[in-house]
Design a protein around this ligand. Structure first.
Ligand code: PLP
Length: 390
């Protein structure tokens, strides 16, 4: 249950049950307050040489330290940007522009976010070759495939940490070690958007050179993210302008968004262990309730993190179920929000039959969810299934 949203539901007295937190999360009150403070009190330009500028610069420094800690990084390794899509583009195009003379081979997985898939498609058109590792039926990438795919001309491995549709974790530690042993010059980018505050981030331990996270998946507003670039790695920037973010991401810093991201990190970090335990309990409760109410329903893949579960309700088309659930103020998604009604490339790559793909629902939790949200989902899904499986 999330009471801030009740007002917007338009149905008086009803609580909204928001279970689509892998698509985006509601902004935490602390993050909203930090943004308002930055807009009203610390509105100066961090580059200005006066007291107001200094106040904004101090807020920027403090925010960077806070976000760096959440990313398992040093402050000097963190660059604020607009989110996951920009981070992925920065990594992919930056590495290729810098290292194309060394080689033109890139390795990724078939289950990445469209920001990765479409960036790489563009590079293929420019003469780069891309190997896409295929998942098994659980959604995991077998390490042996990476071993086979590595080549002398491999310059980049880019892989997500947690899959946004099924919640499978990728073996990034083993991948990083293998890459560095076989292709020491190749760089490793991790799309950690769905792993941020789901699992601890340890880029140095993973052999990771570059990493992307996004604010709106952790209670900050949309349009803010952070990019990790390991000390000593120097990529060309995507944009050219002033010297902000060490010249790597120029443009006047969006202080309200930056302060909000830092505030969200502070809240999430303070309650991380407790939140994970809570979400683990909710996920177990959901699975038990689904097994009881819909013994014919199936889980797609393995969710190594409890925050996201993909379930198929054969005979119940996802789009129709979404509408029925919505009428009951229950919000989930059919797959990734970015896929917008297209068949899931993730479930397809996992080799699932069409009927399962067409009836998949993704339930994704954030710490604010409660058992009442799960109960509302089950009750609404019962209505939907009774209508659709008549
Ligand atoms: N990577 C993954 C795994 C995602 O789930 C998303 C967003 O859904 C992105 C990247 C893109 O992030 P953003 O919305 O901040 O551009």
């Amino acid at each position: 249950m999330y009471n801030i949203l009740v007002r917007e539901s338009g149905r008086k007295g009803e609580t909204m049950h928001y279970l689509d937190n892998s698509a985006t999360t509601p902004v935490l009150p602390e993050a909203a307050e930090a943004a308002v403070h930055a807009m009203r009190e610390a509105f100066g330009n961090p580059s200005s040489q006066h007291r107001l500028g200094n106040r904004a610069a101090a807020l920027l420094k403090e925010s960077r330290a806070c976000v760096a800690q959440a990313m398992g990084a040093q402050p000097g390794e963190v660059y604020f940007n607009s989110g996951g899509t920009e981070g992925i583009n920065t990594a992919v195009f930056g590495v290729c522009r810098k290292n194309f003379r060394r080689g033109k081979h890139i390795i990724t997985t078939a289950v990445e976010h469209s920001a990765t898939l479409n960036s790489l498609k563009k590079l293929e058109g420019e003469g780069f070759s891309v190997t896409r590792l295929q998942p098994d039926a659980d959604g995991h990438i077998p390490l042996g495939q990476l071993e086979e795919a590595l080549r002398e001309d491999t310059i980049l491995l880019t892989c997500m940490l947690v899959n946004n549709e099924v919640g499978a974790c990728m073996p990034v530690g083993e991948m990083g070690r293998l890459l560095k042993r076989r292709c020491p010059h190749a760089l490793f980018h991790i799309d950690a958007v769905q792993g941020f505050f789901r699992v601890p981030l340890t880029p140095a331990k993973w052999g990771c050179d570059l990493m992307s996270v996004s604010g709106h998946k952790v209670g900050a507003p949309k349009g803010i993210g952070a990019f990790y670039m390991k000390k000593g790695v120097a990529l060309p920037p995507l944009l050219y302008g002033g010297g902000q973010e060490n010249g790597f991401r120029p443009g006047t810093e969006p202080m309200p968004n930056i302060a909000a991201l830092a505030a969200a990190c502070r809240v999430r970090a303070a309650a991380f262990a407790e939140d994970c335990e809570h979400v683990r309990g909710l996920c177990a409760y959901l699975k038990a309730q689904v097994a009881e109410a819909f013994p014919w329903a199936v889980q797609n893949g393995v969710n190594d993190v409890p925050h996201v579960v993909s379930l198929s309700f054969p005979g119940c088309k996802s789009e129709v179920m979404l509408r029925v659930l919505e009428q009951e103020e229950v919000y989930v998604s059919a797959g990734s929000a970015c896929a917008k009604g297209h068949e899931s490339h993730v479930l397809r790559a996992m080799g699932l039959p069409k009927e399962r793909i067409d009836s998949a629902l993704r339930v994704s939790f954030a710490p604010h969810n409660t058992r009442a949200d799960v109960d509302a989902f089950i009750a609404a899904a019962r209505k939907g299934a009774a209508m659709l499986r008549r």
